[in-house]
Design a protein around this ligand. Structure first.
Ligand SMILES: Nc1ncnc2c1ncn2[C@@H]1O[C@H](COP(=O)(O)OP(=O)(O)OP(=O)(O)O)[C@@H](O)[C@H]1O
Length: 263
């Protein structure tokens, strides 16, 4: 096994994920540096969402190892051996990672304020005052200060997604995972959400791993783009390299298909 990259915040080392007979990730190696913003692109079914779900511990690796900050994440050490991580091991480590999903998943019966403050109070142990101040600051960042007492049903999809971004940031994660966060939105609401994410990228040093079909956005915010195909990285490079001068036919074909769909 090659030595892991000790400066990496996230390291995938020969990660395999299978669902039954289907191999979704096939001995995948990649790492992400602290503060780096990486976009994952590739055809449907190539394993991009599975990578994010593994980091959210919504799935377990079949084989290989995921490390976060030089420490096993998918596994833990037991009697000098690495064994699959259990819930007690994962609970404190999971807090370092926030995720925004395609569906906004806000708590429908809570106000925006409550959506943003419940987990910081109950999981991080912040006082109500601290959590409120943080919520107000984040709503300002996403341009929704006037909606603090609204319920999700009173907001547009784009506004709900901006609250979902603020809610993820309220937990002060070091890593933010974004899974096609604009795919469920009406076209006229997409730009507002992407603008908020551009601001987050510009004003924080949060590490971002982003699955998106919004190639303009990927080009603007990413430091590096990974093109996936069949559970492996087919090509990687800077946005200029991948979008401006892709080497692999698979990448060219994929980018053509996405552009044909208007992204
Ligand atoms: N829980 C599961 N059980 C069985 N198969 C699954 C499960 N989750 C994902 N898969 C399969 O794994 C493959 C990879 O899925 P994944 O969602 O990671 O792909 P993706 O690259 O994100 O695709 P998309 O762009 O369509 O979201 C797909 O074939 C999917 O059907």
């Amino acid at each position: 096994m090659p030595p892991s990259d000790t400066s990496a915040l996230i390291n995938f080392d020969q990660v395999v994920k299978r669902f039954g007979d289907l191999t979704v990730l096939d001995h995948l190696d990649f790492s992400v540096s602290p503060g780096e913003r990486v976009t994952l692109i590739g055809p449907s079914g190539s394993g991009k969402t599975t990578i994010l779900r593994l980091l959210m511990t919504l799935e377990k690796v079949t084989d290989g190892l995921i490390e976060v900050d030089g420490e096993p994440f998918s596994h833990m050490s037991r009697g000098g051996r690495l064994v699959p991580a259990n819930e007690a091991y994962l609970r404190p480590r999971r807090k370092r990672i926030g995720m925004v999903f395609q569906q906004f998943n806000l708590f429908p019966n809570m106000t925006v304020r409550k959506n943003l403050t419940e987990a910081p109070v109950h999981v991080l142990g912040l006082s109500r005052g601290e959590a409120d101040a943080r919520a107000e600051e984040l709503l300002d960042l996403v341009g929704l200060s006037d909606k603090i007492d609204a319920h999700p049903s009173q907001l547009s999809g784009g506004q709900q997604q901006r609250v979902a971004i603020a809610r993820a940031l309220a937990m002060r994660p070091e890593i933010l995972l974004l899974d096609e966060v604009t795919s469920a939105l009406d076209p006229e609401l997409v730009a507002g959400v992407l603008d908020v994410l551009r601001t987050v990228a510009e004003t924080t040093d949060i590490t971002m791993l982003c699955v998106t079909h919004e190639m303009g956005f990927a080009r603007d915010v990413s430091h590096r783009v990974l093109m996936f195909d069949k559970g492996r990285i087919a090509e990687e490079g800077t946005p200029d390299e991948i979008f401006g001068d892709p080497r692999e036919d698979r990448t060219k074909e994929f980018l053509r298909s996405v552009l044909d769909n208007g992204h």
